[in-house]
Design a protein. Sequence first.
Length: 143
Amino acid sequence: MTERVGLIATSRKTLQHPAPAIDFFRGSLFTHTILYAQKHYDRYYLFDVKNGLLLPDDILIPKLLSIKTLTKAEKQAWAESVIREFREWELPECITVYIHGGLIYRQLLEPELKKYGFTYEVPFKGFGIGEQLNWYKEHLKTK
């Protein structure tokens, strides 16, 4: 049986002191995405520009880096690094990856996933941030 694995972009809004990655990032979209991932995926990973691939309990310190500041070669090296680390944890034939992140990240990560035979989906392709938040708010309501 194929397992569902989330690959989730972090947010710019963070705590100002060291904390586990799951608590460190404070953006509303990030928080809603995590709540969704905890209910719908077998496991999930986070990614950001400074740290690459992250586990939810990795301890982070305040210091952000934007993907927009990297050169084309640096962006490509970053994407290769993230998927190289991801491949240390996951086998392509055993999972479907669900990418939660903006277009700039997906354009870098999708070719790397494809290169190594990962099946992936982009649940919110074409959705703006507000549309994603509204969808989460509607679908995460407790019944």
